[in-house]
Design a protein around this ligand. Structure first.
Ligand SMILES: [Zn+2]
Ligand SMILES: [Zn+2]
Length: 368
């Protein structure tokens, strides 16, 4: 980690005036001067918590979040989770790291929005979360994965041609940095929310027995591939490998849903398909949705918005000659698994294991 060299820049802002996803204060007036990297309260009477720009923003332009000056670390809620960052002596490594941090901030943003517990392993030595971003050295390949709260990512995944080539080789429909993070964090929250809990029985009924040998499942998957009927039972081919992977894939998919729908809601997106589009009237009425009206604590409501939104997004992408942004079809079984992930998160809120501090306690513009 880099040492703090710059003088912290401090601003004071009124409580409750947090930026929305466009970076504007709830009061409608911009509170951020991006070029200067300084947050400034425009109201002369501003008082309340004082913030400093995250150290990774000051040193490397690698972040756009802020930290309360009362915190005992100069790193924001996302950056303080880093345990190993790449050697930044090359421009290539810096660029790759910035892409990784951008994806990680979006992950953390969603986790905090959902009210999940996000603490570093320094803050919570037993059960905390950490990230290690490493490069292959010599013949030693860095494996992306999760182990006891530490999520390791091979920095090469930030290289689009490398990642795209791997996606094709593995026959995957979707492979992104954000997708990696959302998958690996699913393993982390399995440990935190399900392992040894009253969910285990229900988990096994839905996903299968996770005590089955992982090594054997891995070998079987890479030798034989996914079973032919996987689309009827799993959200992805990889999910069919082992109940843990099924959970991580379902969890990641749920995060795709809530973040994309949240963004659509922040833009007030409404879909009202035109009857001239060649689709039958019945299915058109099912595709109507106003994202501002969605209730995010109601899974059926989320699903009602999700399907029309993905149909529209895929159509827009095709209009530009791009691949589908959402290359998935959800079976009834896969939807049940998403509902399970939703219920686990919602119940975590009710039983008090949600964060001590809610998102409004921190100052986070939407990840860029
Ligand atoms: Zn930061
Ligand atoms: Zn996994």
């Amino acid at each position: 980690m880099q040492r703090l060299r710059s003088t912290p820049r401090v601003f004071a802002g009124p409580r409750g005036r947090q930026p929305d996803r466009t970076g504007r204060c709830a009061g409608g007036r911009s509170c951020r001067r991006p070029l200067a990297g300084v947050f400034t309260a425009l109201a002369p009477s501003a008082s309340g918590e004082r913030y400093v720009v995250c150290k990774n923003a000051i040193d490397h332009g690698a972040c756009n979040w802020a930290v309360p000056v009362s915190d005992d670390t100069p790193f924001c809620r996302a950056c303080r989770l880093d345990e190993i960052i790449p050697n930044l002596s090359s421009d290539h490594a810096v660029e790759a790291w910035l892409r990784v941090e951008r994806a990680k901030r979006r992950l953390v943003y969603t986790l905090l929005e959902l009210g999940l517990n996000v603490e570093s392993r320094r803050e919570r030595p037993s059960g905390g979360l950490g990230f290690a971003f490493k490069e292959d050295v010599g013949g030693a390949r860095v494996m992306t994965g999760h182990d006891e709260g530490l999520i390791t990512l091979n920095l090469a995944e930030a290289d689009t041609p490398f990642r795209e080539k791997l996606r094709e080789q593995m026959g995957e429909a979707y492979r992104t940095l954000l997708g990696h993070f959302r998958h690996e964090i699913g393993h982390y929250y399995w440990d935190r929310l399900i392992r040894g809990s009253s969910y285990v029985e229900a988990f096994r009924a839905e996903f299968g027995d996770e005590s089955a040998s992982y090594d054997e499942a891995l070998k079987r998957h890479y030798e034989n591939g996914a079973p032919p009927d996987w689309p009827e039972r799993f959200v992805s081919a990889y999910a069919s490998m082992h109940p843990w992977e099924d959970w991580a894939e379902s969890w990641a998919h749920y995060l795709h849903m809530v973040d994309t729908l949240g963004t659509a809601r922040s833009y007030g997106l409404a879909l009202q398909p035109d009857a001239g589009g060649g689709t039958s009237r019945t299915s058109l009425s099912e595709l109507k949705v106003t994202t501002r009206n969605l209730h995010f604590d109601d899974f059926d409501d989320l699903l009602k918005g999700w399907v029309p939104l993905t149909v529209a997004l895929n159509s827009l992408n095709r209009s530009m000659g791009h691949a589908d942004v959402y290359p998935f079809v959800l079976s009834a079984t896969a939807i049940r698994k998403l509902r399970f992930a939703h219920d686990v998160i919602e119940n975590a809120a009710r039983d008090g294991s949600r964060l001590a501090s809610r998102p409004e306690d921190d100052h986070r513009p939407s990840p860029q």
